[in-house]
Design a protein around this ligand. Sequence first.
Ligand SMILES: C[S@@+](CC[C@H](N)C(=O)[O-])C[C@H]1O[C@@H](n2cnc3c(N)ncnc32)[C@H](O)[C@@H]1O
Length: 267
Amino acid sequence: MTYRQLYKNIRSRLKDDASAYCRYLLDRALPELSIDDNDVPEELLEKHKAAAEKAERGEPLQYIFGFAPFYDLLIDCGPGVLIPRFDTEVLVEEAIKTLPQNAVFADICCGSGCIAAAVLNSRKDTRAVCIDISDVAIKYTKENLKKYGLSDRAELIKFDVFDDWDGLPKFDCIICNPPYITKAEMEQLPENVKKEPVEALYGGEDGLDFYRRVLAASKNRFKGEPHIIFEIGYRQANGLRALTNNKCEIKKDLSDNDRVCIYRGVL
Ligand SMILES: C[S@@+](CC[C@H](N)C(=O)[O-])C[C@H]1O[C@@H](n2cnc3c(N)ncnc32)[C@H](O)[C@@H]1O
């Protein structure tokens, strides 16, 4: 099979994802691939067959590649951990802009560690405490921090946020992208999202369980004034306003959806 034939095969099977597939899996850009009449080495064809089959079964490309672009990093990810989303970059920008000098921040529900890695990488003066209930998440966070030489400024803690927070360190700020999909939304999830872990998605009947818990449990865990930066679902701004007695600020993402909730002060 030639590269040109391989290109047609990929394009017909993967449609809009073909470009990213060629770039990341074959390490070739589309225009040059589509006019190349050289034979594809057998080894590459085998790699392609296995990957294309997974993609056709609905496995997210980021799991097949083993990483996802996030902020200015390539974050390793795979089955069992949430794929980092572009929407979350707004949260990262807010943290980079507003964390006080030498801040210790918590990345609660850290998943792949994408938030902590991006913030630590841009703000060399800060330190992170990364918390998640999942062994797979802690493993990826560890890997991603190591990949960018950030491990010495981070502590990793396997912890259930619904347990007692007394043993946790104190923070200047909490950053948190928790599971926030409602019960009704869980029943309508797109097929590709269903490949991601349920415990990274489901936020209780109204999607707000983790916000309630973090707001209540974090009260005594700040070194100074409480400062929380949450990612929220695009329909959750009013829910967060109610939970914070209207004391939060809501910011939008690049698609103009409500995406970040900033809470400062004592509830
Ligand atoms: C929406 S994902 C966020 C992952 C990552 N911060 C990101 O932005 O891509 C939520 C994470 O919360 C974790 N999680 C779920 N329940 C938890 C609990 N009770 N305590 C701590 N972490 C939990 C999941 O394992 C998952 O990694």
